[in-house]
Ligand binder design. Sequence first.
Ligand code: ADP
Length: 263
Amino acid sequence: MSLAPPAHAVAGVAVTARGLSKRYGAGPAAVVALDRVDLDVAAGRFTAIMGPSGSGKSTLMHCLAGLDRPTAGTVCVGDAELGRLDDRRLTLLRRDRVGFVFQKFNLLPALRAAENITLPLDIAGRRADPAWLRQVVAAVGLTDRVRHRPAELSGGQQQRVAVARALITKPWVVFADEPTGNLDSRAGAEVLRLLREAVDSLGQTVVMVTHDPVAAGYADRVVFLADGRPVRELTEPTAELVLDVLAGLDPSAAAAGASTRGR
Ligand code: ADP
């Protein structure tokens, strides 16, 4: 892959959160899922968000990606402050400026791989640049599979279609929510290598929520949440270092993660 980093990457920060809070419910039963989070996501870098179950990872990703609105605080994606956008503009921003990779692939079963990949452009009434489409398809290793429908592809191949779909619009940021959660370790490693490659070769900004220390080891930076707040971070993480931090935050995670050591 070779392409100049997107212009917005020059500014250095792709996503900013300030005083971000999210409360579910009201009164004594209210749950504070995010508690005044300040976060800067560097452009052109691979950031992982980790933390014990219930620490607020999904809520943070949903608020950063404009899938959910916070109770308080601000989020900027590129030069757009999400809170200032009405629902229509927010939808357009998600379609044109953000790429998503979900645990369950979320491909349309009736469409061939190539059509799934170009779907965000088709919805926007834009044509894919043929050279860019070829490059993305080749990068995810699907050149001989573009006419297949999702049911004719393995889980790993389906997730590679989803990565290609996330990259096709050259978005400001790709959000990946447990992208390896439904894959065996080999297919998962392939998807993580692709995300890493998108960052290294294209200058793509990637934010990934994961509970897997091995997956987080592919990132440039890991932000750890506990009780809705960032409490630690690592740069140049390894799976071992990530496990050690997690063990300190949640001892039960250490036992669960121990099986990933040495992979
Ligand atoms: P994580 O992704 O780290 O497991 P979540 O962001 O899913 O954490 O959840 C953070 C907290 O917010 C948890 O206590 C969870 O139970 C609560 N929560 C998440 N979504 C909702 C919701 N829709 N309604 C009520 N509480 C929620």
